[in-house]
Design a binder for this molecule. Structure first.
Ligand code: GAR
Length: 215
């Protein structure tokens, strides 16, 4: 797997993925990290992992579409054959999604389909406001419909009585860092496939967690 990461913020998920790929945990070669902003932590994360980093800020382009055409060019030039959105706060244009069919994953800080659509900390805030007792994170395949692609993996955490948005977000984030490299590993090893809008994983590790995902 030649993996590109797209991020917009501090880059803690990018760091978890790059750490996993530097160890035996994830068999992926990181080829690029792309941000849609300048001066964000994710760029430092790429630098510290010796991964080529590209800032593609909106204002440098006449339109969002032109900005994303540049991102697609970087993806293709870097040889990326798989993309991980890690706190990326722009909606991918259909031409990028179509260039990587079932080859783009995203992580979202809720148990989808609940609290879809917003960027952190909106999903965590909405979960607290709704009074849910359990929340978590979801890794899913990116399709044209926002946060609605086939679910690859989920991890649940309790919502505690004294939680603030920050304490809940931190508890979820700890699971994100565990879950995202795991989900990527199933695609890197070829054990995950997408069929009729569902993800099936031919891996003992996954089947132990979620027996219904057996092929
Ligand atoms: C993470 O909590 C991720 O789940 C969320 O943004 C945060 C990025 O943190 N993503 C979304 O809200 C996507 N809709 P990070 O920059 O430290 O990885």
């Amino acid at each position: 797997m030649n993996l590109a990461i797209m991020a917009s913020g501090r880059g803690s998920n990018a760091a978890a993925i790059l750490d996993a790929s530097a160890s035996d945990e994830l068999d992926a070669r990181p080829v690029a990290l792309i941000t849609n902003r300048e001066n964000v932590g994710a760029l430092d994360v790429a630098e510290s992992h010796n991964v080529p980093a590209y800032a593609v800020p909106r204002l440098a382009f006449p339109s969002r579409s032109a900005q994303q055409h540049r991102m697609l060019e970087i993806l293709q030039d870097s040889g990326a054959d798989f993309v991980a959105l890690a706190g990326f706060d722009a909606i991918l244009r259909p031409f990028i999604v179509a260039a990587y069919p079932n080859r783009i994953l995203n992580i979202h800080p809720s148990l989808l389909p609940a609290f879809a659509g917003g960027m952190a900390p909106v999903p965590q805030t909405d979960a607290l406001r709704a009074g849910v007792r359990i929340s978590g994170c979801t890794v899913h395949v990116v399709t044209e419909e926002l946060d609605a692609g086939p679910i690859v993996a989920q991890a649940a955490v309790p919502v505690l009585p004294n939680d603030t948005v920050e304490t809940l977000a931190d508890r979820i984030l700890e699971q994100e860092h565990r879950l995202y490299p795991l989900a990527l590993r199933w695609f890197a090893s070829g054990s995950a496939r997408v069929e009729n809008g569902l993800v099936y994983v031919d891996s003992e590790e996954c089947q132990a967690l979620w027996p219904h995902t057996a092929p």
